[in-house]
Write a protein that binds this ligand. Structure first.
Ligand SMILES: N[C@@H](CCC[C@H](N)C(=O)O)C(=O)O
Length: 302
């Protein structure tokens, strides 16, 4: 079964998918013909006046994005013919990388027959990411992504609902502050109020930051378990964040004096596995494609 994609010049078609309930509008735009303004993306992602999503994934050829000036140049390890995940946050801002998005993107490419192999490169502004599609059909997939190195930086803190959370900066292609809270139970984590967002040190994070709060890792045999919640740059609280889960895994391992290991991480939207070794981090988890539709002329009027 192949998910039918629209003609390349049919600009009103959209798909909707999610990875552990981090949800995305997907626009198939191989020639990068759409003018994705901040306003248009924000309107599409708005849950009252648009389709509603945490972010938007444009599916375009990398070379076309360069030719149209959306990208200045091909990022590292991205070839012109690669499918490129042109990611936007719900507020219309651009982010370098999205770990849940890249699983959904890979699922879409495979289900739509855009690629014939289970292992291929997805372009992102943070560079090429090799994905492995372990299984898929039109609605469900299981995907691993080689996320590259999770680079630990300085210690910093974020304030959420009047409480300071001490954490560590982690660069996963995009910026994160991951705070491991000793003694925090899963129930206490779930009860925290994230509705007003997080404040942070703008000198450490001049381009903003995604903030993760997580429980201390608990060993179950060779695997560590932890639970996480996240406040995303450009979105607010989401039910999952793939790059945030990689950042959280790196911070959790650091908190127990390790730099490699496997973690089973639970978020409000589900569960993923992150494995960190000397070569980098691998994120494995589900993807769901849930809808397709057509925008009605004049939708931009809100
Ligand atoms: N949800 C994403 C991260 C999306 C980008 C982030 N909000 C940012 O601005 O860096 C993920 O799954 O990684």
């Amino acid at each position: 079964m192949t998910l039918a994609v629209p003609d390349a010049d049919f600009a009103s078609h959209f798909f909707k998918g999610h990875g552990t309930q981090n949800d995305f509008v997907i626009l198939y735009d191989p020639a990068a013909a759409l003018d994705l303004t901040v306003e248009a993306v924000a309107a599409l992602c708005d849950r009252q006046r648009g389709i509603g999503a945490d972010g938007l994934l444009r599916v375009a050829r990398a070379g076309e994005l360069v030719a149209r000036g959306v990208l200045d140049a091909h990022p590292d390890d991205v070839a012109p013919e690669d499918w490129f995940m042109d990611y936007r946050n719900a507020d219309g801002s651009i982010a370098e990388m999205c770990g849940n998005g890249v699983r959904v993107f890979a699922h879409f490419c495979r289900a739509a027959g855009l690629v014939e192999s289970d292992v291929f490169t997805v372009g992102s502004r943070a560079g090429g990411r090799v994905v492995t599609v372990h299984s898929f059909d039109d609605s469900e997939a299981e995907v691993s992504v080689s996320m590259g190195l999770a680079r630990l930086g300085v210690e910093s803190s974020a304030r959420i609902d009047g409480v300071d959370y001490a954490g560590v900066a982690v660069d996963v292609g995009n910026p994160h502050l991951a705070a491991v809270v000793d003694g925090l139970s899963v129930q206490q984590l779930a009860a925290l109020d994230f509705s007003r967002g997080a404040s942070f040190d703008a000198e450490v994070f001049p381009h903003g930051v995604n903030v993760e709060v997580l429980t201390a890792p608990v060993a179950h045999g060779a695997v560590f378990d932890a639970s996480m919640r996240v406040i995303e740059r450009g979105v607010g609280e989401t039910r999952s964040c793939g790059t945030g889960l990689v950042a959280a895994a790196a911070a959790a391992l650091r908190s127990i004096g390790r730099d490699t290991g496997e973690l089973r991480l639970t978020v409000p939207g589900g569960q993923v596995t992150v494995t960190i070794d000397a070569a980098g981090a691998t994120l494995r988890g589900p993807s769901r494609l849930v809808a397709r539709g057509t925008l009605i002329d004049g939708w931009q009027r809100g």
